[in-house]
Ligand binder design. Structure first.
Ligand code: PLP
Length: 627
């Protein structure tokens, strides 16, 4: 657990069992109920489902919804806070219908609502948030249709709040509401002065893309007053960025937001809700620090700082406590899904088997490298390294000038890597070594080829350097002895994970177990449930993964069942989204096969087999099939 940090980023949901397999405890109310991940994978394979697959643990989703609602309820009670908590789930974080349905079901007792940030998201939340007591918060830039849909929501007696992101939206809304005779519920998004940190810091500050300055808020109020619509202003909203790693920024934002709320109340604006947006972070790297992939606070601390912070300002300003809204998405969903896949190969820099024995008329550079190769540890490691690197560079120059033959170059290269491996082995692990020798570890690390696409399944690791935990799901009671990095199967050099959790450090590579012939080596990429699940693209035409939805029986036996399997996108479907006509493609290939059959280049039976094979591949997975 220490090596891969499972106990730290696992948040109580993931741990390592005595048998060396990853265990999942998906239900926070039943901490003894543990599922063995290897058993889940065996069952998936027994059902004929090919990896890679996304596994969703729906009980984790439910647990997260319960935890945030109950934590707010508890803090509200302890603080004698007079408002309620009315949370919403922002569906942009994971729009999968099954995820939204599960969250709505788990959130029903708490009147947990939904948030939309675009017109299609609004259409989804209109259909899936039927609870008249739950909020629907509408963010993002809006056109007339967006606003009209929101007014339809009001006709349907939903608590649908249109958050004004920029002044012009108000000018569109007022005549529309009057024309349709519908009274809107209006929210005001404030552009915050607090400057947040991290990868989403641009969501706050003067140059933020969204929100109204204080002057603009006052203009909106004035305009609403003129139109006799001030009573429609119900909510003050802010959001200073996602994955807030430092609790101090959250406290600052809460204090700024609460002060603004109080001042607006004193101006006569009848606000009822204060919406603190998203930002509740996830400890992806398990360091509990202010690193971009972590957070230096717990959910309880976050909630307490919000409740007590708002209460303090409101009491000082002598205004009523508002109902509190938060739009946490990442924290609701990150833990519930993971990608399980297999390692399909290893690329080793130093493993090439090539006969390096001397031959006649060998070039002096090859001889020199051989001497160094045979010199054992009679030279200082650094001296050996410098000589080897020098010979290799000279050999490269000589090869370019046509002086070294292919065979000589191959021998020289093979010996070079063997020398580096010897040097690395001879180094005292605890002694100080110069940087070049330290880098030997990286240079000699293997690459484990992983049957998935970074661009489809872990977009943020590529786009913004996000750390996601990757862990073998079994053999965790064996010492892993192969240092490696994880490369995906796209034809793209960027298709690699660049950062790994190793103990409490972030490394450039990670120890994994050696691959055994004839035995699958399964790894899990964890905490992919927020954004990663839905933001991936089809680079190299690798499509969406097959999804497996796992539920627990409500007993303590650790029993689970696969409730649903959503097939991944077939090659055919992926090609069709790129405007290919796959029927035409199948016909075109068949025509070429038939021509060969007619010409006698192929036997008729073979022709039929090839035709069927092409069609089978079209209907099949975009990922590597491992027989
Ligand atoms: N609300 C708004 C307005 C957002 O822009 C975002 C995402 O950045 C969220 C909520 C969700 O934030 P998080 O996933 O950090 O909870």
């Amino acid at each position: 657990e220490e090596l891969y940090g499972v106990n730290r980023w696992g948040a109580g949901y993931f741990s390592i069992g005595e048998n060396g397999n990853i265990q999942i405890r998906p239900n926070h109310r039943l901490p003894d109920l543990a599922i063995d991940m290897q058993e889940v994978v065996e069952e998936i394979k027994a059902e004929g489902i090919e990896l890679p697959a996304v596994i969703r643990f729906h009980d984790i989703l439910r647990s997260q919804v319960e935890i945030i609602n109950e934590t707010f309820a508890q803090q509200i009670q302890e603080a004698d806070y007079k408002g309620k908590y009315c949370g919403v789930f922002p569906i942009k974080v994971n729009q999968m219908r099954e995820v939204v349905e599960e969250i709505m079901d788990a959130g029903e007792p708490y009147n947990y609502g939904l948030e939309a940030g675009s017109k299609p998201e609004l259409m989804a939340v209109m259909a899936y948030n039927e609870n008249p007591d739950a909020l629907t918060i509408l963010n993002g830039y809006k056109d007339k249709d967006y606003l009209t849909l929101a007014l339809l929501g009001r006709q349907l007696r939903r608590k649908m709040i249109i958050v004004i992101e920029k002044y012009s939206e108000l000018e569109m809304l007022i005549p529309l509401a009057k024309e349709l005779g519908v009274e809107p519920m209006i929210g005001l998004r404030s552009k915050m002065m607090v400057k947040s940190a991290g990868k989403w810091a641009g969501s706050s500050g003067d140059r933020a893309k969204f929100g109204l300055s204080i002057a603009e808020i006052l203009n909106v109020i004035e305009r609403l007053r003129q139109e006799d619509m001030l009573h429609c202003a119900k909510l003050l909203h802010f959001h200073i960025g996602s994955q807030l790693s430092d609790i101090r920024k959250i406290k600052e934002a809460v204090s700024e937001g609460a002060r603004l709320y109080a001042k607006l109340i004193q101006e006569g604006v009848p606000l009822e809700y204060l919406d603190i947006g998203g930002g509740l972070g996830i400890d992806y790297d398990g360091t509990s620090t202010t690193s971009d992939s972590s957070r230096n606070y717990s959910t309880e601390e976050y909630v307490a700082d919000v409740v007590w912070g708002v209460k303090q300002v409101c009491d000082l300003e002598e205004v009523p406590h508002p109902n509190l809204v938060s739009e946490s998405g990442r924290a609701m969903t990150a833990h519930h899904s993971c990608v399980v896949t297999n390692i399909v190969g290893e690329i080793k820099p130093a493993s090439t088997n090539f006969d390096v024995s001397p031959s006649e008329d060998e070039h002096i550079l090859v001889k020199n490298m051989r001497e160094l190769h045979q010199s054992g540890d009679q030279f200082h490691p650094q001296e050996r390294y410098n000589d080897a690197a020098g010979y290799k560079q000279n050999a490269y120059e000589a090869f370019k000038l046509g002086i070294l033959s292919l065979q000589e170059m191959a021998k020289l290269d093979t010996m070079y890597w063997q020398i580096l491996a010897d040097i690395h082995q001879s180094l005292d692990k605890d002694a100080y070594v110069i940087q070049e020798l330290e880098e030997l570890e990286d240079m000699l690390a293997s690459q484990y080829l992983c049957n998935f696409s970074i661009f489809q399944s872990a977009a943020d690791t590529w786009a913004i350097g996000q750390v996601l935990p990757i862990v073998p799901i079994s053999r965790l009671n064996e010492k892993p002895e192969v240092r490696c990095s994880i490369a995906d199967i796209t034809c793209d050099s960027d298709g690699k994970l660049g950062k790994y959790i190793e103990g409490t450090e972030i490394s450039d590579n990670i120890p994994m177990h050696s691959l055994r012939k004839g035995e699958d080596y399964h790894v899990g990429l964890f905490l992919t449930g927020a954004y990663q699940d839905v933001m991936g693209d089809m680079h190299n035409l690798f499509g969406r993964l097959t999804e497996v939805h796992v539920y627990c029986h409500d007993d303590e036996r650790g029993d689970f069942y696969i409730e649903e399997v959503v097939p991944g996108t077939s090659a055919e479907k992926v090609l069709q989204t790129m405007q290919y006509n796959t029927e035409y493609m199948a016909k075109a290939v068949k025509k070429q096969i038939d021509r060969q059959v007619r010409n006698g280049g192929l036997a008729p039976r073979a022709g039929v087999r090839w035709t069927n094979f092409y069609e089978k591949c079209l209907a099949g997975s975009t990922y590597l099939s491992v027989e």
